[in-house]
Design a binder for this molecule. Structure first.
Ligand SMILES: *[C@@H]1O[C@H](CO)[C@@H](O)[C@H](O)[C@H]1NC(C)=O
Ligand SMILES: *[C@@H]1O[C@H](CO)[C@@H](O)[C@H](O)[C@H]1NC(C)=O
Length: 293
């Protein structure tokens, strides 16, 4: 057999060459490439999907900067950087699936809304806080000095202008007792959730996704409220009763196209019976693998 012919056949039968590439975005306190956390998930995925190309976003240069940027780099700048890195990667040019962990989940949703080229196909949000947080019971990662600083800044006031400009967690801080102030001052979450000026492109672009998979950790002790992982949140003016996505103005007024996506069967709501991000490989294989194959 002619050797080129052989290669053509090999290419045709090789699943590796047909695999959709994957973009990952790490969570708070983590980095693109920490061998103990996201790096091990990348290895697991590469084993489960032979030949898959994985681009784990590094925000900044180097693991230390990537980690501290998860606390102190304006989210809008992070999203712009992510979009630029995705666009610059020729292996992603035909489209990609994406998986975001914790705050990386909502950040990748913003990428889908703001950066339609190359196209994101499936988006998997693993414990992402789509309606923000009102409480950060645990500060993860390795640096107690960073965590002390985060607490001090939040105590100054999440909506104080300079805190908004620099503290990532303030930028998705959602105070149900001060919805007005949140809407007025939040430089990221209120914008990406169309609570300020409505940006039609966000709605058009988000709906281009094939599937938007949202994982909520039912035993989550880190995200308050955990229902934010499914777009639920506290009803305004108190901190006990929650609304679901379907009950929210975001859905009923359909400012992001989520209602249309729900009706088209594009939204997938998954419960994971673990604490924040503490899923097992078995759970991953049974529930998420099909969206990245
Ligand atoms: C935590 O920080 C220490 C010292 O900075 C470092 O040696 C160690 O590898 C870090 N551990 C993790 C899990 O990042
Ligand atoms: C929010 O902005 C509106 C419109 O500019 C203003 O009327 C309102 O007083 C502001 N509320 C707060 C709490 O900043």
């Amino acid at each position: 057999m002619d050797f080129t012919y052989f290669l053509v056949i090999l290419a045709a039968i090789s699943p590796a060459l047909a695999t959709t590439p994957l973009v990952m975005w790490h969570g708070m306190g983590d980095s693109c490439c920490n061998p103990l956390s996201l790096g091990s998930i990348q290895k697991m995925i590469e084993k489960l999907v032979p030949g898959i190309y994985v681009h784990s976003l590094e925000i900044g240069s180097g693991i230390v900067e990537d980690t501290t940027n998860g606390f102190f780099m304006n989210v809008n700048d992070q999203i712009a950087m992510a979009c630029q890195k995705i666009k610059a990667d020729p292996k992603l040019a035909k489209g990609y699936n994406s998986i975001g962990f914790s705050q990386g989940g909502q950040f990748l949703r913003s990428v889908a809304q703001e950066c339609p080229y190359p196209p994101m196909l499936n988006l998997i949000s693993v414990g992402g806080q789509h309606q923000g947080v009102f409480g950060l019971p645990h500060c993860p990662g390795n640096s107690s000095s960073i965590c002390d600083m985060v607490r001090k800044l939040l105590n100054l006031g999440a909506y104080v202008e300079f805190v908004q400009d620099m503290l990532v967690q303030a930028e998705y801080w959602h105070d149900p007792l001060n919805e007005d102030e949140y809407r007025n001052k939040s430089v990221y979450l209120a914008v990406t959730n169309q609570e300020k000026k409505v940006n039609m492109a966000y709605k058009v672009n988000l709906q281009k996704l094939k599937k938007f998979v949202m994982v909520m950790f039912t035993e989550d002790t880190m995200v308050q409220p955990k229902e934010s992982e499914w777009f639920g949140f506290y009803k305004p003016g108190q901190t006990k009763e929650l609304y679901t996505l379907q009950e929210s103005p975001l859905y009923t007024e359909d400012k992001l196209g989520l209602k249309a996506m729900d009706q088209a069967g594009k939204l997938v709501f998954l419960k994971a019976p673990f604490d924040h991000l503490q899923f097992t490989q078995e759970w991953f294989e049974q529930n998420l693998l099909k969206y990245i194959q």
